[in-house]
Design a protein. Structure first.
Length: 71
């Protein structure tokens, strides 16, 4: 299976498994040889300064490139 590639600054979204709620985030860091990336989800919409906020470890298999926007 090909490993999905993510890099710092990538916009991603996470879909909660049971509620189907979606949360946008930005990749803060990627660890080599790991299936985990660290994603900032909560930053009070201060996305230009996402690197100042705490990131959550997130399995690569659970995130998708790009943001989902409310209509």
């Amino acid at each position: 299976m090909k490993r999905l590639e993510f890099k710092e600054g990538d916009k991603v979204h996470y879909v909660y498994p049971y509620s189907r709620n979606i949360e946008n985030g930005i990749v803060k860091s990627v660890r080599d040889f790991s299936n985990i990336v660290f994603v900032v989800y909560k930053c009070d919409n201060d996305w230009n300064n996402y690197e100042k906020y705490t990131a959550e470890p997130t399995p690569i298999k659970d995130i998708i490139h790009g943001w989902v926007y409310d209509e």
